[in-house]
Design a protein. Structure first.
Length: 157
């Protein structure tokens, strides 16, 4: 009798493990939510921020072998007061990290202590692991201050 249940248990276990992977539709929907969140966020809806959505996540990009990803790219500027470059980059970096951590974005942002006091630029990395989405933001002293790229992993449709 137990032997009869074994194939059923293996089948159910396989279905559960396969269904836990994110789908391309799930990732695309999440990136579209991120786009809307950027466009409606208090920081970025200010005309001085000059938010520009360069690439909307509405097109499948082929990764080969029947797998695809979605990409969101955007730029925005942060007004610089009469302050040292280090202070400006610190403020811009903290603001973007805090924004990405907000519930409406929901990214897990990693802190890189090697970047502290770097005067040229900073890079922010974040993930939405369950959906297979990563975000990278380059923070620079010249406009645009932020160059954001969020993308899904290569997923099947």
């Amino acid at each position: 009798m137990r032997a009869a249940y074994c194939p059923l248990a293996i089948f159910l276990l396989a279905m559960v493990s396969c269904s836990s992977a994110p789908s391309l539709d799930d990732a695309a929907t999440e990136l579209q939510k991120d786009t809307h969140a950027l466009e409606t966020d208090d920081v970025f809806k200010n005309p001085l921020a000059k938010l520009h959505i360069v690439t909307r996540p509405d097109t499948d990009i082929s990764c080969g072998e029947g797998r695809f990803k979605r990409v969101l790219t955007a730029t925005a500027d942060y007004t610089r007061a009469n302050e040292p470059v280090d202070n400006y980059l610190d403020r811009a970096q903290r603001l973007m990290e805090d924004t990405l951590r907000l519930p409406r974005f929901g990214y897990d942002v990693t802190f890189d202590p090697a970047q502290v006091d770097r005067l040229t630029d900073r890079t922010i990395h974040g993930t939405k692991e369950a959906l297979g989405i990563t975000v990278t933001v380059e923070v620079q002293q010249g406009p645009p201050t932020w160059r954001l790229r969020a993308e899904s992993r290569c997923l099947t449709r």
